[in-house]
Ligand binder design. Structure first.
Ligand code: FAD
Length: 232
């Protein structure tokens, strides 16, 4: 876990400055994956040790379908730029708050510090001691405040919510419900826990990883072992 991820209670993590990950519902589990795999040959659980071995075998040999019967439903609050990256994960269901129906609140992501441009990975960033953090934060704050003031001004002048929102920045927080099966969630975690993923979405992945490990400990352990072997 990092400074930007804080466990509040079971299934609820505070993420970044104003976001969260909350598990709303869960169906399935390790035993469910084992039973779904064994239905193919008409057998049931053979005890924990053999069931765990089966999970390892399934993951190692790409037999992922038994994990599709376990399903997580989350409530997520994150900045829009994180949600844009998140929603590229198509094998999942999404329902997001509408800024056409509702007026948005003044809730923007304010980073703890600015990172510098990575010179090698052109998509990435690096922690850099040489940045004038105070100056950057002041400029950022000014831009955010100006956009929200104009949003309010447009609404007061009679503009529709769906048009006034066009001035809001991608640092604005949004919320959505996300339902995803364990197979697809492992793919999400593989990609978004990786050091190449943007810091902000990585923090959400860290919270989700904690929930996954709690709900499907055998699968998470087997996945981690395999991942370490592959990346060693
Ligand atoms: C570090 C990083 C950088 C990225 N940079 C960019 C970027 O610069 N630009 C950009 O556009 N995206 C970028 N992405 C998004 C990336 O290309 C994927 O869209 C995203 O990670 C979702 O992954 P996925 O397709 O595996 O997931 P899902 O959409 O959930 O799909 C899961 C799996 O289902 C299968 N699948 C889903 N849809 C199809 C399909 N249409 N055809 C065949 N198989 C399918 C694939 O096996 C896929 O892996 C980036 C992602 C990461 C992690």
């Amino acid at each position: 876990m990092t400074d930007a991820v804080l466990k509040q209670e079971k299934g609820l993590y505070k993420v970044l400055d104003k976001g969260f990950v909350k598990l709303i519902d869960f169906m399935g589990g390790d035993q469910n994956a084992v039973d779904s795999a064994r239905v193919s040959f008409g057998s049931v659980s053979k005890g924990e040790a053999l069931d765990r071995k089966l999970i390892e075998y399934l993951l190692e040999h790409g037999h992922f379908s038994p994990f599709e019967h376990s399903v997580f439903q989350f409530h997520i609050k994150c900045p829009i730029f994180v949600a844009r990256q998140w929603m590229r994960h198509r094998i999942a269901s999404y329902n997001e708050v509408s800024a056409r129906y509702t007026e948005v609140k003044e809730e923007f992501y304010v980073p703890a510090s600015f990172r510098g441009q990575d010179k090698i990975n052109r998509q990435g960033s690096v922690r850099s001691g040489g940045l004038d953090q105070a100056k950057m934060l002041a400029a950022y704050d000014k831009a955010i405040k100006a956009s929200f003031d104009i949003y309010k001004e447009l609404l007061e002048a009679g503009a529709a919510r769906e048009m006034a929102r066009m001035v809001l920045p991608v640092a604005q927080y949004t919320q959505f419900h996300w339902t995803i099966n364990a197979r697809s969630l492992l793919n999400f975690l593989e990609l978004r826990l990786d050091s190449h993923a943007q810091f902000e979405i990585q923090q959400y992945a860290i919270a989700i990883q904690e929930i996954f490990a709690e709900k499907m400990p055998w699968t998470w352990e087997a996945y981690t072992k395999l991942h370490e072997k592959k990346t060693a």
